[in-house]
Ligand binder design. Structure first.
Ligand code: G3P
Ligand code: MG
Length: 247
């Protein structure tokens, strides 16, 4: 396999920026994670109708903005007309949807790392989304970027285009054929739903030499056994609950 960095992955990664403290997937959330002492965040990226890559989780904007539209029906100018902060708290009124490039610049400025989830919503173009990975690879140092997706076909494209990329395959629970697929992707990690993780699955992942990440855990006591099973990192809405402290 080509020369590839080992990510400087911390044990705690802040989910959707810092979803417990700021509107998810915004620059304000990245700033909240930085202020809280988080070294890495997870963010979702998708493409607007005009192809602009933006940081957004849902297929539409209803839950997290003052508008109602499918993401693929919006262009960048229309998306910038949305308030994406007030729904969370009046303190965040005026927050605007972040482009991927905005988010990458903010993370680079903070010296932070990123788990970028390529989020393929129904009706979106998988090939075009996979191509977005190149922007992240160009913007962040290789040891501070993990690219993940639930869509393994999309990840295979990222692997073909970027031999140097560090990849994590997302799944709810270990899928049939997971090991062969991780090998063919030359994956760094498998990223699983912690609530479906079993001791045996964790042992198998670790025995295969893969890193094991879990999403989305917010209760440190309930999660405690997973550390014993060898989980390397947890993606949490609220890393402070797990002991992350400001520097
Ligand atoms: O990447 C982990 C986690 O973000 C996957 O689920 O729906 O929160 O994007 P979701
Ligand atoms: Mg995500």
């Amino acid at each position: 396999s080509p020369h590839r960095p080992t990510p400087a992955l911390p044990a705690l990664i802040a989910h959707r920026g810092y979803a417990a403290r700021a509107p998810e997937n915004t620059l304000a959330a990245i700033d909240a994670a930085h202020a809280a002492g988080c070294r890495w965040v997870e963010l979702d990226v998708q493409r607007l109708g005009d192809g602009m890559p933006v940081i957004w989780h849902d297929a539409d904007v209803s839950r997290c903005s003052d508008g109602h539209a499918r993401l693929r029906e919006l262009d960048w100018a229309a998306a910038q007309g949305l308030d994406v902060g007030r729904w969370f708290d009046a303190r965040f009124a005026g927050e605007r949807m972040a482009s991927l490039d905005d988010a990458l610049a903010r993370l680079a400025g903070h010296g932070m790392g990123l788990n970028l989830e390529l989020k393929l919503s129904p009706g979106h173009d998988a090939t075009a989304l996979a191509a977005v990975a190149g922007r992240a690879l160009a913007a962040l140092p290789p040891e501070r970027l993990l690219i993940s997706s639930f869509d393994d076909t999309l990840l295979a494209q990222v692997r073909r285009d970027h031999p140097e990329a560090v990849l994590g395959w997302l799944a709810e629970a270990l899928p049939d054929g997971w090991l062969a697929r991780c090998r063919s992707l030359d994956a760094f990690s498998i990223n699983l739903d912690w609530q479906r993780l079993t001791r045996d699955d964790a042992a198998a992942v670790k025995a295969a030499g893969l890193h094991l990440l879990c999403y989305t855990a917010n209760d440190p006591e309930a999660f405690a056994p997973c550390w014993e099973w060898g989980v390397d990192a947890v993606i949490s809405d609220d890393p402070a609950r797990f002991g992350v402290r400001p520097a």
